[in-house]
Design a protein around this ligand. Structure first.
Ligand code: UDP
Length: 316
């Protein structure tokens, strides 16, 4: 297939673009490099540096079989400080993309949605039919885009799949996580181990969890990429399918830090700090629907493996 990958210079987009090329697809990446890196664009890919909403009409007019839409603003804290950037950058851009797809007759869309669309869960593991009550503008914008996609699928026959990521980690070859502003736990802990960050705060030790720290469901970025390839194959005209991508197993923040110590051999001093606003105690996915309907089975579910791959990338 000829595929347009938005945000293909970012962490998840670059890994997916690499896997698409390896699977024989023709890939064009569009990315404005606002948070991505040009050297993360895989070999064998045509790269267009542009704003996705502005570039989409002319690009899609060339004729594409599908779009994988990763480009987004994705920092929860920043979205609370500056919601307008998120509503414009995520929702307005995505609507322009959807309209360009309709205009050009692009048949398929795979969209990067998020567990943040659910907000504080009533029950875990979280199933796709759970209430969607995002607790921050980031999650709200992703949910709004999901709603827009549903109506474009209903009205215009778009074949769409939204994938709701839980906590993505790990790396693949030269493609990994390197945000200028890093807020995610595993890269921050590994920065302490590599000496590029002095200290680590674990936010909250009084959550109603077995060890008092938050619990998250970590999914290896390569397993995540595989789900995108399956989603492309399973997208069906006029339908918007939504799947959670996680492993169904949660690891506490304390367990993550301890595993990072084992992997790196570094003592990684950590201190406890107050809770971070908006953090649910436990976020664990039910990935049964992705298994059943996409045939997706994550293979790198061991936390040690995920952190080892992230560490190799940090030390490269
Ligand atoms: N966290 C932490 N210290 C940090 C960064 C994150 O204790 O420096 C915690 C955060 O409060 C949450 C968990 O690690 O409980 C996962 O946070 P992350 O930002 O990696 O992902 P999120 O679950 O928010 O998407």
């Amino acid at each position: 297939m000829k595929l347009l990958v938005t945000g293909g210079a970012g962490y998840i987009g670059s890994v997916c673009a690499a896997r698409l090329v390896e699977s024989g697809h023709e890939v064009v990446v569009v990315d404005d490099l606002s948070t991505g890196h040009e050297d993360a664009v895989p070999d064998g890919v045509r790269f267009v540096r542009a704003d996705v909403g502005e570039a989409a009409p002319a690009l899609l007019a060339e004729g594409f079989d599908g779009v994988l839409h990763f480009a987004a603003k994705s920092l929860v804290g920043e979205s609370m400080q500056d919601p307008g950037t998120y509503w414009t950058g995520n929702v307005v851009t995505s609507l322009r993309l959807l309209d360009a797809m309709r205009e050009a007759g692009t048949p398929r869309l795979v969209f990067s949605s998020t567990a943040a669309t659910y907000g504080e869960p009533e029950r875990v593991p979280i199933v796709e039919s759970a209430p969607t009550r995002p607790t921050n503008p980031y999650g709200a914008t992703k949910l709004a885009i999901d709603h827009a996609i549903t109506s474009y699928a209903d009205a215009h026959g778009l074949a769409a799949v939204s994938l709701r990521y839980f906590n993505v980690a790990g790396a693949y070859s030269r493609f990994g996580e390197r945000h200028t502003t890093e807020t995610h736990l595993i890269p921050i802990v590994l920065q302490v181990a590599s000496g590029t960050r002095r200290s680590l705060s674990i936010y909250g030790d009084d959550y109603p969890t077995p060890d008092g720290t938050c619990v998250r469901d970590y999914i290896h970025v390569l397993d995540l990429a595989d789900a995108h390839l399956l989603a492309l194959d399973h997208a069906a005209e006029g339908s918007h399918q939504i799947y959670n991508l996680g492993t169904g197993t949660g690891f506490s923040n304390r367990a993550v830090v301890q595993t990072c110590r084992e992997v790196t051999g570094h003592p990684i001093p950590a201190e406890f700090a107050p809770r971070r606003a908006g953090d649910p105690a436990v976020l664990v996915a039910s990935a049964d629907a992705a298994a059943e309907h996409l045939g997706w089975k994550p293979e790198r579910t061991d936390l040690h493996t995920i952190i080892t791959d992230a560490w190799e990338f940090t030390c490269r």
